[in-house]
Ligand binder design. Structure first.
Ligand code: ASP
Length: 270
């Protein structure tokens, strides 16, 4: 908000905004301190999208604390949209990013505990997975979006979720609005969730109604939906917002006119 208030761009603001969470070691589902995969490797996914439709993404990136900034470099400095794994890391290092250990003592301990049973079961709203998705609108009315996560805790090596997939984890159309997703990526991808929310807004739905319809679509395509969580946030060009999830417990923040408000999203199932 400091960037936006001082007339900065939606793109700069959205990158800086999610970097706060990426740097928070206590958060176990984004950036440093994020839960590792089942082999103990912290692999991060992130994507960013600018008002002109350009976008960048990194998947399964290791050792770099701010994957969102690498995603932005992919967008701005390469002819590509997505870089994965070793290629993404090599590119990041060539851009001056520093290699860091992202596995904190605490997340290492939790992983070692998990290994005792190796039971793979993402639990609804318990920190086995989470993401930060953010959409910003600047003083010119331009819209940008970002999404960054360590994905599902103890996932298979190489697993990539919805979060770095443009259209699934996040999508922006500067004429319409933007949306971002959280929850089980495997379910979000089936519905190309964030793109769907934006298209529904283009066709006249409010952000809230668009999020509700997108959750309905996810549910239709995922038999076991009662045992997973998926949630969407959306904002339209007029700054109206919405948020909806399958289960209770999905909250999101709206910062507007100098006021930061945490809202409890509405949901499908109690
Ligand atoms: N969507 C993320 C993923 O599937 C996880 C989450 O948001 O909870 O990697």
């Amino acid at each position: 908000m400091k960037i936006l208030d001082s007339g900065g761009s939606a793109l700069d603001a959205v990158e800086a905004g999610v970097m706060v969470i990426e740097a928070d070691e206590k958060n176990t589902s984004v950036g440093i301190g994020g839960a590792p995969d089942r082999d103990g490797r912290v692999t991060l996914d992130a994507c960013i999208m600018a008002p002109d439709g350009s976008c960048g993404s990194v998947c399964a990136l290791e050792h770099i604390a701010h994957p969102i900034s690498v995603a932005r470099r992919v967008m701005e400095k390469t002819p590509h949209v997505i870089l994965v794994g070793d290629g993404a890391l090599e590119f990041a290092l060539s851009q001056g990013f520093k290699k860091e250990n992202l596995l904190t003592e605490e997340s290492k301990k939790a992983w070692e505990e998990w290994k005792k049973t190796s039971k793979y079961e993402p639990v609804i709203n318990v920190e086995m997975h989470d993401t930060i998705g953010m959409i910003t609108i600047d003083k010119n009315g331009d819209i940008a979006g970002a999404c960054t996560t360590s994905g599902l805790a103890y996932k298979m090596q190489g697993r990539v979720g919805d979060s770095p997939i443009i259209g699934a984890g996040m999508y922006v159309d500067n004429e319409v609005g933007g949306a971002a997703a959280t929850g089980l990526g495997e379910a979000v991808i089936r519905a190309v969730g964030s793109f769907l929310v934006v298209e529904l807004m283009r066709n006249g739905r409010s952000p809230q109604a668009a999020c509700e319809e997108a959750v309905a679509r996810v549910v239709k395509k995922y038999k076991d939906y009662k045992n997973i969580q998926v949630g969407f946030i959306a904002v339209n060009k007029d700054g109206e917002t919405g948020g909806f999830s399958i289960h209770k417990g999905f909250s999101y923040a709206v910062f507007s006119n100098g006021k930061n408000e945490v809202k409890e999203g509405t949901y499908l199932i109690e």
